[in-house]
Design a protein around this ligand. Structure first.
Ligand SMILES: N[C@@H](CCC(=O)N[C@@H](CS)C(=O)NCC(=O)O)C(=O)O
Length: 208
């Protein structure tokens, strides 16, 4: 059975949600954040990077959300994985990489620079146009089709949940981007999403 090493209030919520969507059995090992929101050192005993999420499955250890999602989709025989249609499959792959590779990086840089005394305000101002470009692009994509890859819900939607929840709750909100807000409402209403919240414990990026 898959074991999810799950840090409270973190990206690993996405993994619980995907496992619920797929109906795969899993166990959770819970970790609490310490000073400066750091993961506890025990996580380094599971994987040298010590960051959340990490999964273990029959002796195999996988870190990094996108790689974990690909592993789980493969284990589920491809369910919720790349769609058959070529454009949808290309979008699926793009959003699987884009979530952490581009959007989260920009959001985190803005958050961290915002905490630096004196530099904070100027730094935030510098990053805001980059964030607006990402959020504007995402809004256009979600206005064009119901889910990130196309007409059907896929694992790419689980991957994109964290940056958008983070932007909505931790940065300056979505600034009236209706398609993105509607997508967030839609994912939060999914039974599997609710079940993952119940099992995962504290997750401050969304109201329970
Ligand atoms: N790109 C990585 C990021 C992993 C990451 O930074 N996880 C955060 C949780 S949201 C973490 O473990 N933070 C605590 C720490 O860095 O000590 C992924 O998606 O898995």
């Amino acid at each position: 059975m898959i074991v999810v090493h799950h840090l409270e209030n973190s990206r690993s919520q996405r993994i619980l949600w995907l496992l619920e969507e797929l109906g795969l059995p899993y166990e959770i090992v819970n970790y609490k954040r310490g000073r400066m929101m750091a993961a506890p050192l025990e996580m380094k005993r599971i994987h040298p990077l010590g960051k959340s999420p990490i999964i273990e499955d029959e002796g195999i250890v996988v870190a990094e959300t996108g790689a974990i999602i690909e592993y789980i989709v493969e284990k589920a025989g491809g369910r919720l994985g790349p769609p058959a249609e070529a454009d949808d499959a290309r979008r699926y792959r793009f959003f699987l990489h884009y979530a952490e590779g581009s959007v989260m990086t920009t959001l985190l840089m803005r958050m961290v620079i915002g905490m630096v005394p004196l530099l904070g305000r100027a730094g935030k101002k510098m990053f805001q146009p980059m964030i607006d470009t990402h959020l504007g692009y995402i809004e256009t994509e979600l206005a064009a089709r119901p889910w990130f890859a196309g007409e059907e819900f896929t694992a790419a939607d689980t991957m994109m949940s964290f940056p958008l929840e983070f932007a909505a709750s931790r940065v300056d909100g979505l600034n009236g981007r209706p398609a993105t807000s509607a997508w967030l409402d839609k994912i939060h209403a999914r039974p599997a999403y609710r079940a993952a919240l119940e099992r995962g414990g504290p997750y401050d990026f969304v109201g329970k």
